[in-house]
Design a protein around this ligand. Sequence first.
Ligand code: G3H
Length: 553
Amino acid sequence: MSQQIQISSPVGDKLDWDCQELKEKFPRSKDDIAVPIPDRKDCLLLIDGKVIKSSQNASEVQTPIVTQDKPDEHITIGNFEMASKDQALGALQAAQRAYGYGRGAWAKMSLTERCKSMEAFADGLEKMADEVAQLLMWEIAKSDKDAHSEVTRTVAYIRTAIKEAEALSESESAWQEEKGILCQIRHLPVGVVLASSPFNYPLNEAYTTFIPALLMGNSIILRAPRNGATPHFPTLELFAKHFPAGTIQVLTGSGREVMGALIETGKIDAVAFIGTASSAKGLLQNAPNPQRLRVMYEGEAKDAAILLPDADLDVAVEACVSGMTSFNGQRCTAVKMIWVHQSQAKDFLGKLSEAIDGLKLGMPWEEGVKLTPLCEDTKPGYIKELIEDALTKGAHIVNKTGGKCFKTLCGLTILAPANKDMRIWSEEQFGPVTPVAIYDDIQQPIQYVSESEYGLQCSVYGYEKQTLGTVVDALAYHVGRLNINSPDQRGPDIFPFTGRGNSALGILNATEGLKFFSVPTMVATKNDDERNVKALKALNSQDGGCRVLYGAK
Ligand code: G3H
């Protein structure tokens, strides 16, 4: 690793975790807040078609927003229930009853009817976009703009999933004939699907998995994340209105308690888990029949941005800034490591620092805000530990707003030069700190990505064919997507979103979700007997009495 570059720190490599300048970014008092503060007193769950007010084990929903006059008090916006094991099991019974071995109202409904209910649901969700976005903004401090995008993206996703489901059903209406066998293949539901979402996309990433599952006729149990429960509350009546009782249950509370209790029963047919690798491992190892549990998993990542010697620094800086700062770096696709060639290192660090230092820090409702408070209690402390560790191992804080934090609001810290002894080299920071490694041989970043536990995406900046080709050829075997001169991202949502290693198992998009949460089931016969052909084809007519072959449309 090249260590030739002299790096000086504009903050003298000092941390200020009680930064008064950042304190002033918080409202002076509650009265100073110009936007309405939600007050969702009732803890809500959805079980068996009923929206239940349950407060056996209520907990306050604390936002990451504090005020200057009471910096130790987080503003609360209501309550949520830490659902019990019994409630989880009650939800499971309701889901099983609703599914009824495939004979329940939703499972046996034609796809056309299911799509109609789903369209009505999407219209309803669209109408409540402001209310849901407001709760997202307050509970996880996602900027108002990004909170609205999360809702509109979700509505668009539902509509895409409906179209994809109709196309799948249409394509399956054709008869297939091969080696004397005549058949139709229909994707039928797997049963009860347990879905969960992470705090950074509490709404969207839940819907990404359970909407295709629902469209295929499964019954759903959704566990909303601990940070990000309230945005689901307004949707519960909407689910109750548009879907038969028991088709979808929504629980809040501890993942270990709620999901753990459900997985241990062995009665969950598929799990969609989006979160950390360690929690997935902890939960899934308790499945009594892991061999028949379908698991869609999306986990951690350590996406690298690699700047080749001929990278256009302005292009790379713009993309890296968006990748590092979008929702404070709390995205699986955030840039979590940057590799720059030593020939451009000094210029790049200068331009990157200037761009980061020019960003607006503040409250999520402010126009143009880029960095907002962090909603995980332990995150500011963790970020501090990573910075301190890197400083003792040879890194410097290279930007003026780096190393600063007040309570939950932290400036983004750029650390350089990074080396393999530092924790931040391999740990997923999921927050506002980014290491920059300086290389002289392209094999160094290639090796870094190849040996990583993670393999989500990688962005490569540069144009020269030979080097670009070498990097793409090497890294395409280690990540799910390579972005050339453009930032990492999940969307557009029609494309397959997947990865390798601890980053993903399965593909997150509507097209693949429809297939993942269903079984391609054949109804077949030998076609050398005319009676067989006649009997089978009769099932595919309106009066044939066969729901699977005719009524599935
Ligand atoms: O946090 C992981 C998300 O799937 C990233 O999605 O790239 O659209 O922000 P995004």
